[in-house]
Design a binder for this molecule. Sequence first.
Ligand SMILES: [Zn+2]
Length: 338
Amino acid sequence: MAFIEIQRDEQSTNIHIQHKHLYLAIGIIVLFIAVGGGYFGYKYYLAHFYDSSTAKSELQDFNPPAPPSDIKKQIQQIEKQATVQPNNQIATSSSKINSATVSAIPLTGTISATLRVPIIMYHYVEYVQDKNDKLRIPLDTTPYTLENEIQTLIAAGYNFITNNDLADALDGKTNLPANPILLTFDDGYRDFYTDAYPILKKYHVRATNYVIAGFLNRPNHLLTNQLQEISNDGLVEIGAHTVNHVWLKGLPLKTVSDEVFQSREILEQLIHKPVTSFAYPFGAFDDQTLQVVKDAGFRSAVSTLPGVNQDQVNRFYMFRLRPGGRTGQDFLNYIKQN
Ligand SMILES: [Zn+2]
């Protein structure tokens, strides 16, 4: 009898263990479904309902990251020499700085002089409907202000160029017009098409729009056909701004490469034109980022570091200025002071 009881005990233990495995398996499956559902639900939410995903993080643009320390030294040199030496001597010294300190920074084409080209940076251009939209308002320029600034620049004799013109000039392939200036619009927002683009067309002002390739067709971003129309018109150059608006500084090489290379490929497939200029989301970059952007075939890139002197040394982190709502003489003075 005792023997049978032991056997029964073993059986019930076995059954108990089998049940335990079953419960564990069910538990794991439920967990997978919950996590997976949550993940895809979040992605769906981002894609269809959440249209401030870039604006929130882009606020960091107002506290741009400090440039990498070796690049900081170069910038100081560019600024120092720009004030004390004639242009044709700057490039020679810059090329020395470049090869001596940062091998990762490419030096291509003919060495040209430092070119004084203010690059103005815009994000949203619209009348923000929600006065409590703390994400959008600080990044917004009203259409009225943009038109006012363009009128001011035209009256002051500025000539609007694109990044490709600037890269050509840096390579010694072309001369820039007198008083060149470059307008850039980041993120490829829908309001570029509805609010900014009509103003650019009205005054026949050329510009560059840095589009986040993976955000096209989101509620707040350009539709594919709008992007194609803008590109076909030829007034506005399309530049790349990663696939997912990613902080590229310090990321693994594979991620940086995917974001940079794919952003170019996606846009080129849509507009059937070379995409030659790149903008770093949040102005965040390091030596590795610069090298990847160059390897991806871009001719130049813009940062959020303030300044107006562009040359071979900083052609992959060209300086930009935020107009900050300035208009008229105040706007002109701000550009001239830099
Ligand atoms: Zn951006």
